[in-house]
Design a protein around this ligand. Sequence first.
Ligand SMILES: [Zn+2]
Length: 260
Amino acid sequence: MSKEWGYASHNGPDHWHEFYPNAKGDNQSPIELHTKDIKHDPSLGPWTAAYDPGSAKTILNNGKTCRVVFDDTYDRSMLRGGPLPGPYRLRQFHLHWGSSDDHGSEHTVDGEKYAAELHLVHWNPKYSTYGTALKQRDGIAVVGIFLKVGREKGEFQIFLDALDKIKTKGKDAPFTHFDPSCLFPACRDYWTYHGSFTTPPCEECIIWILLKEPITVSPDQMAKLRSLYFSAENEPPVPMVGNWRPPQPQKGRIVRASFK
Ligand SMILES: [Zn+2]
């Protein structure tokens, strides 16, 4: 693999294991969800997010995705309930998307690929630091939300409008007073399983909470995501599209549903 990992043929998901052995582990994400095989678990309660809009800090283009970073130095923006053993702190959210509207999500549902997938990353503060949480089986909780193309989502536009300031790799800008729960769908039903980050080093520390109901965004809103660049300002422009990892082997893991 030449230099940094990415999503191109020479450094894409098929190569990640060469430098990041976790990528061939037994608990990798994403996976394919086959809903007929998923059992309802009545012990799975509702989850709640209580986010402080003042904890939003920065939006950045890291050359792989666009990410919004939150202040996680104390219990400000918290996720609780559902499959979680305790409260988790919001650290960042980001997205994965495709080159066109018919693919781009990482998880698939009965073979369906969505246009994009939003990941809200939280960590378990009982482990004191984010870095320590990454090494624990229950260290991280990610809420995954599918995006499909349809009606415009007004709340998403606030985020999209900020992308003009971070077109190229390495750029960041202030992004404050934002509560990402405005992006949640109406229905809180979810699937849950134990998996990994979908980007190197692919640590297997994640309790996934995948929401059944997608949100809709407009074709223009999807196009705006694709107006970003993987490349830096001083490099030949490479559009940021196709930053998703394909499904990985399930290897006997159980997916549970919060609903019948
Ligand atoms: Zn992600």
